[in-house]
Design a protein around this ligand. Structure first.
Ligand SMILES: NC(=O)c1ccc[n+]([C@@H]2O[C@H](COP(=O)([O-])OP(=O)(O)OC[C@H]3O[C@@H](n4cnc5c(N)ncnc54)[C@H](OP(=O)(O)O)[C@@H]3O)[C@@H](O)[C@H]2O)c1
Length: 261
């Protein structure tokens, strides 16, 4: 029996991971702040799929709460086979407009939580000789757009490094790099995305299905859809000054690119 832990399971991409993992028969540990939503989802998944679902409410900006999640990930009595580090949010506007406490909270969720939980999972899984870690990064990890994209670069590079360290151990690490995806993400950041054409948007169910297929193949960097595969391939070869110039619009307050992705 496989047990999977998903952070940010109450909405969007994380909720979709929970739905698809439960449908394939995984037991689950669901992490997020909103206890009522966590419990409602847990009840739904138990009823629909007969799986065990633990609810672990945690604000990942809180070091003690994050420590409790890391302890759960590292448990030898109730091993976790798959960890999906997915929780995240972005801030409206540009880096220098934000209060530093807002930036620190974003950094704690996007980067520090991924660092701590990847470390806990990597050690525990290496000991058992099996397991998988999925770190939800972003196409933004390949551009230069504020602290959001810097944190996502950190997540992609951390995942690549850990994948190399764990090569041959039976444990895989995948950085999942979505582009714009229909979730609660932009609404929560109060960013109007209505100007973006529909063809750039991904749907969470397809995204997660493709991501799980890549995880099964042990892919280290998973980029969904032909559009974003082409964008990332281009961003890897375009001279960095040009990438910086195109990312610059993202520093304008409340611009579309200012969503941080
Ligand atoms: N949507 C996109 O266009 C897009 C594109 C690329 C990458 N991503 C990345 O995908 C991941 C998931 O985002 P999403 O689009 O699914 O967003 P979403 O629909 O807003 O869901 C975000 C999830 O993160 C949780 N979360 C936020 N802050 C938290 C905290 N302090 N502690 C614990 N949990 C917290 C939320 O749960 P609670 O509020 O219950 O805590 C929620 O379950 C993020 O890492 C995001 O950066 C998104």
């Amino acid at each position: 029996m496989t047990t999977s832990l998903v952070t940010g399971a109450t909405a969007g991409i994380g909720r979709e991971f929970a739905l698809q993992l439960a449908a394939r028969g995984d037991d689950l540990v669901l992490v997020a702040r909103d206890l009522a939503r966590l419990e409602a989802l847990a009840a739904e998944l138990r009823a629909a799929h007969g799986v065990d679902v633990e609810v672990l409410p945690a604000d990942l900006t809180d070091r003690r709460a994050l420590g409790a999640v890391a302890e759960r990930v590292a448990s030898t009595e109730r091993p976790v086979d798959l960890v999906v580090n997915n929780a995240g949010f972005s801030l409206k506007g540009s880096f220098l407009e934000h209060d530093i406490t807002q930036e620190e909270a974003q950094f704690d969720v996007l980067a520090r939580a991924v660092l701590v939980l990847s470390h806990a999972a990597g050690r525990a899984m290496r000991e058992r000789g099996r397991g998988a870690i999925v770190n939800v990064s972003s196409v933004a990890s390949f551009i230069a757009s504020g602290a959001y994209s810097a944190s996502k670069s950190y997540v992609t590079v951390l995942s690549e490094g850990l994948a190399s360290e764990l090569a041959g151990s039976g444990v895989t690490v995948t950085a999942l790099c979505p582009g714009f995806t229909h979730t609660e993400f932009h609404q929560r950041a109060d960013v109007d995305m209505s100007r973006l054409p529909e063809f750039v948007w991904l749907d969470a169910p397809r995204l997660v299905r493709d991501a799980l297929a890549d995880v099964a193949k042990g892919k280290v960097v998973s980029v969904p859809s032909p559009l974003y595969k082409a964008a990332v391939a281009a961003l890897r070869v375009i001279p960095r000054p040009l990438v910086r110039a195109t990312s610059r619009s993202a520093h304008r307050p409340s611009s579309v690119a200012g969503t941080g992705r």
